[in-house]
Design a protein around this ligand. Structure first.
Ligand SMILES: NC(=O)c1ccc[n+]([C@@H]2O[C@H](COP(=O)([O-])OP(=O)(O)OC[C@H]3O[C@@H](n4cnc5c(N)ncnc54)[C@H](O)[C@@H]3O)[C@@H](O)[C@H]2O)c1
Length: 250
């Protein structure tokens, strides 16, 4: 408890799944969290996040592909807190489209949310982090950015783009003491894939790929996000950290 005390954190796609898990965990660790999403009435907005730790939660509408909305959310953060210590670029959309199944529009939409969204987040968050003289940016990528696979062509490529965005920004922002790291989850059970995993055969198949013998939870990812966001990780930047039960260790 208290590993993020007094820190201000902005989380994108925070109304569901991994993003919601990160918001809950950050507040538990004492952070003031700005939960942002395109969902206005989603589970995150109804969630009663426990603020006994001294942390707090506030909600802002943010479509990560919309530059104007980024400007508004950063202005809100400046007015309300005067600082920003942590950005988690978590918002993402998945696809299971192969080469001939997807259209160019699908490709553009996936890249807009998964890659452009993270780029805009960094561009705007840095304006506030520079004032503090340090910061931590955590990009939620995917093991799909590290290993090839049959379907999800646009998803894999967009997450791969985020991987090198992470590394390049880590180099560019190091002199300002702003750290940029990537988290690469394996299969984590969230609303993103629960429909797909309802099929017992698919579920068993996915579990069989994981040396630790289970799929991940939002808490598994949140624990790593806490570490990377905190001062405990002050010498870590440009890193790619998998949280996948050993799936990519082969
Ligand atoms: N679940 C997994 O197995 C898994 C594995 C690897 C990586 N990831 C990544 O983790 C992140 C979170 O995924 P999840 O599983 O929690 O999914 P989820 O669908 O439960 O949550 C994603 C959230 O992003 C929001 N979102 C979508 N488009 C947005 C936009 N344009 N602007 C702002 N918010 C938007 C959604 O409203 C939703 O609340 C994604 O980037 C995903 O690619 C997930």
């Amino acid at each position: 408890m208290g590993r993020l005390k007094e820190k201000v954190a902005l989380v994108t796609g925070g109304a569901s799944g991994i993003g919601l898990g990160i918001c809950e965990a950050f507040v538990r660790e004492g952070a003031h969290v700005i939960l942002t999403d395109i969902i206005k009435t989603g589970p995150g907005h109804k969630a009663k996040i426990n603020c006994q730790s001294g942390g707090s939660i506030s909600y802002q509408d943010l479509d990560v592909t919309n530059e104007g909305q980024w400007g508004k959310v950063i202005s809100y953060t400046r007015r309300k807190f005067g600082q920003l210590d942590i950005l988690v670029n978590n918002a993402g959309i998945a696809s299971r489209r192969g080469l001939q199944e997807g259209s160019v529009d699908d490709w553009i939409t996936t890249f807009d949310v998964n890659a452009k969204g993270a780029y805009l987040g960094i561009k705007y968050a840095v304006q506030l982090m520079e004032k503090v003289g340090k910061g931590s940016i955590v990009n939620i990528s995917s093991i799909s950015a590290l290993i090839g696979g049959g379907g999800s062509v646009d998803y894999r490529a967009s997450k791969g783009a985020t991987r090198l965005l992470t590394k390049s920004m880590a180099l560019i922002l190091a002199s300002q003491n702003i750290r940029v790291n990537g988290i690469y989850p394996g299969d984590i059970i969230t609303p993103l894939n629960e429909e797909y995993l309802k099929d017992q055969n698919v579920l068993n198949d996915r579990i069989s790929l994981v040396p630790l013998g289970r799929l991940g939870t939002k808490e598994d990812v949140a624990q790593l996000a806490i570490f990377l966001a905190s001062d405990e990780a002050s010498y870590i930047t440009g890193a790619e950290m998998v949280v996948d039960g050993g799936r990519t260790a082969y």
